[in-house]
Design a protein around this ligand. Structure first.
Ligand SMILES: [Zn+2]
Length: 129
């Protein structure tokens, strides 16, 4: 097993993400769109935090050198953005949900959204900041 710098406590974040994802439909059905949006945004932020902690763990435990740390971090953050085609958060700034593949004008990554969307949901909602 690799890592261990933080006693594998980042796995609690992963469990939290899974539990929150399981509650998404319930939140959508029982609360306003603003609360639902905050719920989804929080899950996305936790996913970023998890990746960052996991990569630092491997770096500090000596499993990665700085070069492979940066490479793995960039790859995993990129995968996270691409793996979000189910983002159904409502229209905001240049973002709107849909099924077209576009390139974000802010982060330049590929995303799935409305035909006329120019910004990915994570950029529009500030998930990456
Ligand atoms: Zn973006």
């Amino acid at each position: 097993m690799s890592g261990g710098t933080f006693e594998y406590e980042q796995y609690y974040i992963q469990t939290l993400i899974e539990e929150m994802q399981e509650q998404s439909e319930w939140v959508k059905d029982n609360y306003s769109i603003d609360i639902y949006t905050n719920h989804i945004t929080t899950i996305n932020k936790l996913k970023h935090v998890y990746i960052h902690v996991q990569r630092l763990d491997w770096l500090f435990a000596g499993d990665d050198d700085e070069e492979s740390y940066k490479k793995r971090l960039n790859t995993e953050l990129k995968m996270l953005r691409i793996k979000m085609p189910d983002d159904t958060r409502p229209h905001k700034d240049g973002w709107a949900p849909g099924n077209y593949t576009n390139n974000c004008h802010t982060c330049f990554e590929e995303f799935v959204g409305d035909k006329r969307a120019v910004t990915c949901a994570p950029c529009a909602y500030g998930d990456n900041t």
